[in-house]
Design a protein around this ligand. Structure first.
Ligand code: TYM
Length: 326
């Protein structure tokens, strides 16, 4: 039986990359056979390792939770938690810190990237970020982690830490597998050689209005040549648009290529914009309804967090005992 854990930082509006790379797979796995625990977190403690506004932060956390629920995460089947409301995450992170060499952390690409983006924000939390992520996963003895491609180095590190724990203190953790599908690397609309991110105009937010979506897709970078053909190397812009179209419409890429043979980029973009608008319409209706009912959302969180703390405490007790802290 597999145990699933995944999370998203509440550091801005969620975008189609977060949906197609992560949340879509969360939903599929919650329905799959052979799964006996699914926990999805808003990883607010990771969110505060980069610049943020403490006044706006609680709202961003609620936005993220409402996006999870609107996308279809079912609180009757999965636990939906705020990371900071289950204090065992940070306690386990500290314990794992003591077996993690610094040299495993300062070479990670995500750490270097963040330092480049915000050089003045060089805090310990940023360096330690992947250990907290390992703690998130191992705290629940999770075995399968649905994420986008950018998170693979963190999953590798989680396995390294787990292996070191097992060999030092006795067998405790099973190997952790990432779960990736075709949406694992959705690219920026503006610069299709970079991944879609939460900043600027390069992503479509799940909350974007129909006009904003149409405008962003109209402005999306396309490639030289006129042919509508999937070719990541030479046509990254069109390939990215075809991937998004395929994943939201369930039409195979080859079917789309035939459908648009001899047609212009503008025609593809106009149709894709309507596919995205129609896909997000029900999501946004549910999201707005949840946003108007914060008490209902808080109740869901509190019930989930209570259960998560119970699982976490049981596992943490075992871990501490093995470490000589019983
Ligand atoms: P974060 O908040 O950057 O992104 C959340 C999830 O969205 C995926 N993703 C993408 N997938 C496809 N294309 C994209 N352009 C794209 N951009 C983002 C990410 O791969 C991720 O799955 N460290 C994590 C959060 C985290 C976590 C965890 C995840 C903390 N603890 C434990 C899993 C398990 C992060 O910063 O994700």
């Amino acid at each position: 039986m597999n145990k699933i854990f995944s999370g998203i930082r509440p550091s801005g509006k969620l975008h189609l990359g977060n949906y197609l790379g992560a949340i879509k797979n969360w939903l599929a796995l919650s329905e799959a056979e052979g799964i006996d625990q699914t926990i999805f977190a808003v990883v607010d403690l990771h969110g505060i390792t980069t610049p943020y506004d403490p006044k706006k932060f609680p709202d961003q956390v609620m936005d993220t939770v409402c996006d999870y629920l609107a996308a279809g995460v079912d609180p009757d089947k999965s636990l939906l938690i705020r990371q900071s409301h289950v204090p065992q995450h940070t306690e386990l992170a500290w314990l794992l810190n003591t077996i993690t060499p610094v040299s495993w952390l300062d070479r990670l690409p995500t750490y270097k990237e963040k330092l480049e983006q915000t050089p003045k924000y060089h805090n310990m939390g940023l360096l330690d970020y992947p250990v907290l992520m390992a703690a998130d996963i191992l705290l629940y003895k999770s075995t399968l982690v649905p994420v986008g491609e950018d998170q693979l180095p963190h999953i590798d590190l989680t396995n390294e830490i787990a292996k070191r724990f097992n060999s030092t203190f006795g067998n405790t953790f099973e190997p952790v597998k990432p779960y990736l599908t075709e949406g694992a690397r959705i690219m920026s609309l503006q610069e299709p050689t970079k991944k879609m991110s939460k900043t600027g105009d390069d992503g479509i937010a799940l909350s974007d209005s129909p006009d904003t979506i149409r405008e962003k897709i109209k402005k999306a970078a396309t490639d030289s040549g006129k042919e509508i053909k999937y070719d990541e190397q030479n046509k990254p812009g069109i390939s990215n648009l075809l991937t998004i179209y395929h994943l939201l419409s369930n039409k195979e890429i080859s079917v789309l290529e035939s459908q648009y043979a001899g047609k212009s980029y503008v025609e593809l973009k106009n149709d894709l914009a309507e596919v995205v608008v129609n896909f997000l319409k029900p999501h946004q209706e549910k999201y707005n309804d949840l946003r108007d009912n914060p008490d209902k959302v808080l109740k869901i969180l509190e019930a989930s967090e209570q259960k998560a703390r119970e699982i976490a405490e049981k596992n943490l007790k075992e871990i501490k005992q093995k470490m000589g802290l019983g």
